[in-house]
Design a protein around this ligand. Structure first.
Ligand SMILES: O=P(O)(O)OC[C@H]1O[C@@H](O)[C@H](O)[C@@H](O)[C@@H]1O
Length: 283
């Protein structure tokens, strides 16, 4: 803890990271690998899930925290699942103190030669801002090449759940969705989302913040309109048992609530930029 907001470069569980800290004790740890937030502590509680079996040696995407899926969501295109940037180091740009808060940024650059299926110039910048009891993550994309491109993506936030029996996600009631775990059949959300069976749903974004209710209070989850969809994912016990980087009961400890761009790829003309953020606030 220190008197002022501060950013510290460090090695955290073997990974080059930046730790952001506030005078009230809140902190966030962000890895250069994937520009991935790995920990966010607010009001003395860890708010993100990081799998006890996460691979942290740079050989695979990290299971937990806030992976950045970009420039492709899931398997909706020819690139590796969830895109290129979650499996590679980003360049740390530095940190900036604002009144009562601190933010840090990372960038990732693609040249047309980077990947045969993505022959474009693209720059991604991720900014992570820590505020009292809050965390804002913003992704910016700029077409730095000479050809038009289109992308999909997500901030794949793994939120910590401390009591699977009573945890519930509110705020999606009445929203249209389809569930990849149930044959992609269009449906409308009835009531809260609870943990149990696998859910792999893509919802139309809700204008109002969602609320994750749990043992440690309520977490408000908001995303701006440039993320048109919200993905809610929990593998449930059967799929979780097949995931080598999850413990058998990890599905009971997390719920992914992802700010996403899935259904309609975003076009970017040469020189054009796009940006969108997701915001978490403990009540
Ligand atoms: O195991 P991965 O590649 O990190 O993906 C996890 C999940 O990510 C979600 O965003 C997808 O909707 C799921 O279909 C997918 O299984």
């Amino acid at each position: 803890m220190s008197e002022f907001p501060r950013a510290e470069r460090m090695v955290w569980r073997g990974l080059a990271c930046t730790r952001l800290g506030l005078p009230n004790g809140d902190s966030a740890v962000v890895s250069d690998f994937g520009a991935q937030v790995l920990s966010w502590e607010a009001q003395g509680q860890e708010r993100l899930f990081l799998s006890p079996r996460a691979v942290l040696d740079g050989s695979a995407p990290i299971r937990g925290g806030i992976p950045v899926c970009f420039p492709q969501f899931n398997q909706r295109g020819p690139l590796p699942k969830h895109g290129l940037v979650r499996r590679t180091p980003w360049h740390y740009l530095g940190a900036e103190v604002q009144e009562g808060s601190i933010s840090a940024s990372w960038c990732w650059d693609a040249e047309p030669s980077l990947h045969a299926d993505f022959p474009h110039g693209l720059r991604a910048v991720l900014q992570v801002q820590l505020t009292p009891a809050g965390l804002r993550v913003q992704l910016q994309a700029t077409n730095t090449g000479s050809t038009a491109l289109a992308f999909t993506g997500a901030l794949h936030s793994y939120l910590a759940v401390h009591d699977a029996e009573t945890a519930r996600l509110q705020g999606l009631e009445g929203q249209a969705f389809w569930d990849a775990a149930r044959g992609f059949v269009p449906a409308v959300q009835d009531g809260s989302v609870v943990l149990g069976e696998e859910v792999d749903r893509v919802y139309a974004r809700s204008r109002a913040a969602l609320q994750l209710h749990g043992r440690h209070g309520v977490l408000d989850i908001a995303q701006d309109g440039a993320w048109p969809e919200t993905v809610v994912w929990n593998p449930g016990p059967a799929l979780c048992a097949q995931l080598g980087d999850m413990a058998a009961d990890s599905w009971r400890q997390m719920l992914c609530v992802e700010a996403a761009l899935v259904n309609q790829p975003q076009a970017l003309a040469p020189g054009a930029s796009w940006q969108a953020s997701q915001h978490f606030q403990v009540r």
